[in-house]
Structure formats: C-alpha cells, structure tokens
Ligand binder design. Sequence first.
Ligand SMILES: C[S@@+](CC[C@H](N)C(=O)[O-])C[C@H]1O[C@@H](n2cnc3c(N)ncnc32)[C@H](O)[C@@H]1O
Length: 308
Amino acid sequence: MDEHDDIYPLARDDRESQRLNAQHQLIVKSCDNYLLDPSIPRHGIRSVADIATGTGIWLADFADELTTSALADTQFEFIGFDISALQFPTEVKPGFNFVVHNMTTPFPTQYHNRYDVVNVRLVFGAIPKEQYATVAKNLLAVLKPGGYITWTEFQLDSPHDIWPGPILSHLKSTLCDYLSSVNLSLAPMVEIRAAFEANKLQDIVARDFVSFRHPELATEAQVWLKAALGALNPTSLARLGRVGSMEAAVGKWLGYEREIEEAYEKGVVPACPVVSLVGKKEDSRGLVKRGVEEIWKVLTDGGWCVVQ
Ligand SMILES: C[S@@+](CC[C@H](N)C(=O)[O-])C[C@H]1O[C@@H](n2cnc3c(N)ncnc32)[C@H](O)[C@@H]1O
C-alpha cells in the first residue's frame, strides 16, 4: 500500500488479478491482436520494461511473441515494475524480473537508458493530472536512446456511444465523477501527448481501437464491462460519499448489476474503447546534437566549451 491508494480505486486480490488477465485478452483482441503497435520495429528488441505491470500478463505474452520468433541463443531481459508486489506472478521465469517501484518517483540509475521498449497500460486510475509530466520523464529515463515507449489507456471520452442505455451511462457518469473528484484525467491522452511532445519524442503514432469494430467480441465486452464496473463502482460511490459505508456501496452495486444484466438481455452491447500513443526517444546522435545546441545558447561570443 502507498499514499497513491488514496486515489487508486481497484483492489489487488486474486479476483482482481483474474479480472485484469481477462481484460488483457479483450484489449489485445480489440487492438486487432497487436500486443505492440505495428509501427515499432521488432528486430533488435532485447530488453523490455512493463511499467505498472499488475499481474505481468502483457509482459508474459509479449515475451512469448518475441522469443518464439528469435534465434535460440538470443538473450532477452524482461522486467515488470509496479508500486505493489501483490499481483506479481508467483513463479518468475528465467530472464524475467519483477521490481516494486512507484513510477511517480525517479527509477534507480541502474535502470537508466536500459530498455528498447517501455510499455505502460491503464494507469489513468493512478496518476493525478498534474503528475503525467513527471511520470513520463521517469519512464523516458529508463528507455534507451532510440528506443520506443508505448502508452495505452481506455478512452472514456470516446466519440462512440461506448456504454449505451440509461444504466451504463449512469454508471459511466459516476465513474467520471469519481475520477474528477480526485483529479484523475478523463482524457489521459491529452496529458500523455503533451508529455511526449515536451520530451521531443519522435515518430509519434496515435491509434484508437474500439471493440465495436469486432462484432464477435460483443459478449466478451459485456462480461468485461460488468466486471470492470463491479471493481470500480462500489469504491467510487463510497469515496464520493454517495453512500454511508462500503457495505452500503456493495448493496447498491448489486442492484445496478441486476439492471445491467436486464439491459444485456434486451441486446445492449457496450464497447471496450482503447487508445494508444507510441513515441521514439531520440538516438544518441540526436541527444548529443541537442546538448550542443543548449551549450551554444549559454556560450558567450569567443567563449570556449571544454569536452572531457
Ligand atoms: C489497472 S492496473 C493495470 C495493470 C497492467 N498494466 C495491465 O494493463 O493489465 C494498474 C496498475 O498500476 C499500478 N500502479 C498504481 N499506481 C502506481 C504507481 N504510482 N507506480 C507504479 N505502479 C502503479 C497498480 O498497482 C496496478 O497494478
């Protein structure tokens, strides 16, 4: 536990781990089965960091994809960081490491400039708006020059009618009220893009996916949303002070759950809205060039710059 759990609304028990793992499957299918954005070159990826890794499910699946197509003697390094170890896998395979670290604070220097790919997914419930710039700076410090960062979130402000009908839209507004009440962003890509641009990331690619584009995912999306709201709604109600206790919040949720099931029986289908942003860290030549430009600005006419 940490002071950030004042705002983070999800549990870290077995049930929540199973929910995260099932959610991962739906996200990947919604993203046209891409674990990593297709704009990122696969060749040469040897070291991968997954930030706020949770159960490490993305890292495990991406490692499978990468190692299956690699030569037998290729060495890889896979690391998952999270503020809590509670959901880390119980068995850690060779080449994997799981480390407790709060991404709002700088990573120890041993991890700096070390990873070819940094992945971060679904932290909109953990980072207050004003901390995105700091978190991005911390994540970019562990990325190798020339490496790629990929950041994926749900798009609550999707232009699609993602959670149709009165009950789902009511529950969406309760969730948004909760996020706003603790200064969490409803549109995190605005903050993430600003941070990417401020850090001069290159080759920025934005994508949005929505499970509606895959009609075969309808039932999975229904199951996902009911479970996600079940994980979020009671805490949101209790923290917003709309009920007197957590017990009362759970009771209220059970009523909402019945309403959701009735809506589903009438054919209501929600969508899983995913948005992602990819950026490339300048390579060493670019970083040196920019460093020289900064020195140039402070150097007086005829001044000397000594490089040691
Ligand atoms: C919704 S889960 C997503 C897990 C995983 N990224 C996924 O997509 O399945 C959010 C994760 O962020 C972690 N987290 C929350 N605040 C954090 C922080 N300040 N630093 C690192 N991890 C954090 C939580 O412990 C949790 O594992």
